[in-house]
Design a protein around this ligand. Structure first.
Ligand code: COA
Length: 384
């Protein structure tokens, strides 16, 4: 529907908001590429630190570049005392996404970032916003369990160090590898709601920290980052694979959304979901606990049959299996969305840089006014 100068599309569906070279989704074929590399290969052969380099520098690093990069990222792992105090002081019962949003904005004021209001600001030097998100999530959990701070290990991958800081014990090799690959899978996804939020704030020439803080707020919502928590609620509510059929009939009759299913872009199964499913299978076997896997596979099967009958097929997205993967890694549900943030912060930063460096223009869409026509102001004494 045309308005004076624009085109109206609810949820901006189908609107191209800018050009990007960071990632590409082929929703029809179910493919995802970061800087041209297929996500399956990055999840298998790369790790989160290398993928962060790829997102920020537009190419895979050579050996010496990678070694230097790992040193730089790892040097930011330890949390400063001020931030530890902030985590301690955060109101009990507040969601850790609220904490992350606050920490990101707080870092804006504490980290040395002298040209922060300039278009030439090189946020690639200040990796605190990427690295510390992970350390803050682990420390939040330690403190909320009444445990002490665990200083990071610099010899572990980003994902393995997260599990170490969370548990205070080195994870098994396969646990660290899977955790790190989960971060690779979540690192970037084109113009989704949180990334678009980061770009909108960056377009005003705000700091990268404030842009990331705003993106954290967008990610918190259950239609975006919060879906995998809801998937696990669903699995717990169902309780067993044999109960899925009856549960599904009722849920569909009540027009409930099946969490972890459907995607605005993918018209087939999300490629990240295949990788997550593989990790869940591996963990289920290694830990001798296949309950989540069985229930989820049955939900996938039964939902597909019912939606195909309706002529509206919908398939699993990345969130469908991820919550169960994290559960088998011993991670509590409250950390699922923060883990998404730990990964996506790399993609956000890449988009913030691209927004600023490739012909920035402030975002300012129009709205279609549906309110009252012009009318006379009513003095207070005459209002009925
Ligand atoms: N379960 C049941 N029906 C679903 C559904 C789901 N998970 N996802 C979409 N649909 C149905 C909608 O009810 C709607 O049906 P209608 O045309 O009869 O009204 C149709 O499919 C289109 O859905 P819509 O919500 O408009 O699609 P969208 O592109 O705006 O939203 C999502 C995409 C991801 C927000 C949506 O699929 C969803 O809410 N999924 C569950 C939450 C989730 O897993 N989010 C994580 C995304 S990575």
């Amino acid at each position: 529907m045309s308005v004076e100068t624009g085109t109206y599309s609810k949820g901006l569906e189908g609107i191209i908001a800018d050009e990007t070279t960071i990632s590409r989704i082929d929703g029809q074929k179910g493919r995802l590429f970061y800087r041209g590399y297929p996500i399956e290969e990055l999840a298998r052969f790369s790790d989160f630190e290398e993928v962060t380099y790829l997102l920020l520098y537009e190419k895979l690093p050579r050996q010496a570049e990678l070694e230097e990069w790992r040193k730089r990222m790892r040097a930011s792992r330890d949390i400063p005392e001020q931030i530890r105090a902030m985590i301690h002081g955060f109101p009990a019962g507040a969601h850790p996404m609220q904490l992350l949003q606050s920490v990101a904005a707080y870092l804006s004021a504490t980290v040395e970032h002298t040209i922060q209001h300039s278009a030439t600001c090189n946020c690639r030097q200040t990796l605190h916003q990427v690295v510390q998100t992970t350390s803050v999530v682990a420390t939040y959990q330690r403190f909320s369990e009444g445990k002490g701070y665990i200083a990071p290990r610099l010899d572990l991958s980003h994902g393995a160090n997260f599990l170490f800081m969370l548990r205070g014990k080195e994870p098994e090799e396969y646990e660290g590898r899977i955790m790190d690959a989960c971060l690779v899978l979540h690192a970037e996804h084109e113009f989704n709601a949180s990334t678009f939020t980061a770009r909108v704030v960056a377009s005003t020439m705000s700091t990268c920290y404030c842009s990331i803080s705003a993106a954290m707020g967008a990610l918190f919502g259950s239609l975006h980052g919060g879906a995998n928590e809801k998937v696990l609620d669903m699995v717990e509510e169902i309780g067993g694979a044999e109960k899925v059929g009856a549960w599904m009939d009722k849920a569909i009759a009540e027009k409930r959304k099946i969490m972890g299913m459907g995607h605005r872009e993918y018209k087939v199964k999300d490629p990240r979901s295949y990788a997550m499913e593989g990790f869940l299978k591996e963990l289920s076997e290694k830990k001798g606990n296949g309950r989540h896997y069985e229930i989820l596979k049955e939900i996938e099967k039964q939902f597909r049959v019912r939606m195909e009958e309706k002529g509206k097929p919908l398939y699993p997205n990345v969130d469908f299996f991820s919550g169960a993967v994290y559960t088998l890694l011993g991670i509590p549900k409250i950390l699922f969305t923060p883990i998404f943030a730990m990964a996506r912060v790399s993609g956000w930063l890449a988009h913030i840089l691209e927004q600023r460096e490739h012909g920035n223009r402030i975002y300012r869409p129009e709205s279609l006014y549906k309110g009252p026509a012009e009318r006379p102001y009513e003095p207070l004494s005459q209002r009925g």
